[in-house]
Design a protein around this ligand. Structure first.
Ligand code: PBG
Ligand code: ZN
Length: 330
C-alpha cells in the first residue's frame, strides 16, 4: 500500500482549499524589516533609479511615508544614512555625530511611532571619503581594530538616540564584541545587537551602493567581507559573532545563499535574519519589466524560499509594499 497506484500525492494538492491546509503560510508583515535611506534637509524624496519604489528621504518625508507602512503592520525599519561628500572624511566621523542624519531620524521615528522597532545599520562606508567600511592603515587595508573603536562609537550614538537594535555590517573581526562592550559601558544594556554575521563580498549590492553613494573609491571589499567560495569560513563568521554577544544573526545576500541560511539555522538557537538585498530586488523588477516573469509570483516564490531555508526575519525592499505582494491569499 505504500506506492503508486495506491499512493497518489496529487490528492494532497487537488484543490486550492486542500492545498492551503498544508502550505506554510506567507510570513506576516511583522516578519519584515524595511531598509530606508535618510538624507539631510527637508522635503526630500529622491528616486533611486535602480530600485523602483525606494527613495532617499529626509526625516520629515520619512515620517510621512512610514504612516501606511506602519499601519500595514510591518515588523521594523532598518535605517541607513547618507551625507554629502563635503562631510565625508578619512575615518567617517560624521557617522557617530550625535546630530547626524541617522541619530536625528531615530529620534523622530521614535516620537512619531513609539512602538515601531527601529534597527540601524552600523558602518562607515557611507561616511568615509574613500568609501571603505573603516579607516585605512598605511598599507591601504582597512585598519580592523581602529574600525572597531569607531563602529562602537557609532552604535552607542544610535542606541543613545533610541534605536532598539544596532546592526553592524562592516565585517571587522571583533566588531560585535567591541560594540557590545561599549553599549554595556554606556549603560545601554537593553539595546539589541543584530550582526550582519555572514555577509559575503557580493556582486548583488550594486543598486544599494547607488542609493547610498557608498562604493569604494578604489579596490573592493574582499579583504573583509566573506568569500562565497569558502562555506566553512563563512559559517565560522556567524559562530564567532554568537560567541561575541550578538542577539540576532544574519545571512546576506539571501537568495543565492539558501544553503548558508539552512546551515546557520541548524547550527544556532539564536534568531536568524536574512537580507534580501538590492540586487535581488532589482533583478526581479528588471525581469518583470521585460515581460519575462510575473513580479508578484517571483516575489512570493523567492520569499517562501527564504522561509523554507529557515529564516525568522526578512529584511526586504518588498516590505513597504507588503499588501501588494503578500496581502491577499493566493
Ligand atoms: C554597507 C552595506 C551594504 C549593504 C548593506 N550595508 C553594501 C556593501 O557592503 O557594500 C547592502 C545592502 C543591499 O544591497 O541591499 N556596509
Ligand atoms: Zn560598510
Amino acid at each position: 500500500m505504500s506506492t503508486f497506484p495506491d499512493v497518489r500525492l496529487r490528492r494532497l494538492r487537488r484543490t486550492p482549499s486542500i492545498r492551503r491546509l498544508f502550505d506554510t503560510p506567507m510570513p506576516g508583515p511583522q516578519k519584515f524589516i524595511w531598509p530606508v535611506f535618510v538624507v539631510e534637509g527637508t522635503n526630500q524624496r529622491q528616486a533611486i533609479e535602480s530600485m523602483p519604489n525606494q527613495y532617499r528621504l529626509s526625516v520629515d518625508t520619512l515620517i510621512a511615508e512610514l504612516k501606511p507602512v506602519v499601519e500595514s503592520g510591518i515588523g521594523g525599519i532598518l535605517i541607513f544614512g547618507l551625507v554629502e561628500d563635503a562631510l565625508k572624511d578619512e575615518s567617517g566621523s560624521r557617522a557617530h555625530d550625535e546630530n547626524g542624519v541617522v541619530q536625528n531620524a531615530v529620534r523622530a521615528v521614535r516620537k512619531a511611532y513609539p512602538d515601531l522597532v527601529i534597527f540601524t545599520d552600523v558602518c562607515l562606508c557611507a561616511y568615509t571619503s574613500h568609501g571603505h567600511c573603516g579607516p585605512l592603515a598605511a598599507g591601504g587595508d582597512v585598519d580592523n581594530d581602529a574600525a572597531n573603536d569607531l563602529l562602537a562609537k557609532v552604535a552607542v550614538s544610535h542606541a543613545a538616540a533610541g534605536a532598539d537594535c544596532v546592526a553592524p555590517s562592516a565585517m571587522m573581526d571583533g566588531q560585535v564584541q567591541a560594540i557590545r562592550a561599549a553599549l554595556t559601558a554606556a549603560g545601554l544594556d537593553e539595546t539589541l545587537l543584530m550582526s550582519y554575521s555572514t555577509k559575503f563580498a557580493s556582486a548583488m549590492y550594486g543598486p544599494f551602493r547607488e542609493a547610498e553613494q557608498s562604493s569604494p573609491q578604489s579596490g573592493d571589499r574582499c579583504g573583509y567581507q566573506a568569500s562565497y567560495a569558502d562555506l566553512r569560513q563563512a559559517l565560522r563568521e556567524s559562530d564567532m559573532d554568537e560567541d561575541e554577544g550578538a542577539d540576532i544573526l544574519m545571512a546576506k545576500p539571501s537568495l543565492f545563499y539558501l544553503d548558508v541560511i539552512a546551515s546557520l539555522r541548524d547550527g544556532t538557537d539564536l534568531p536568524l535574519a536574512v537580507y534580501n538585498v538590492s540586487g535581488e530586488y532589482a533583478m526581479l523588477i528588471a525581469t518583470a519589466e521585460r515581460g519575462w516573469g510575473d513580479l508578484r509570483g517571483m516575489v512570493r516564490e523567492s520569499t517562501m524560499a527564504l522561509v523554507r531555508a529557515g529564516t525568522d526575519l526578512i529584511i526586504s525592499y518588498w516590505a513597504n509594499q507588503y499588501d501588494e505582494f503578500f496581502g491577499q491569499s493566493d
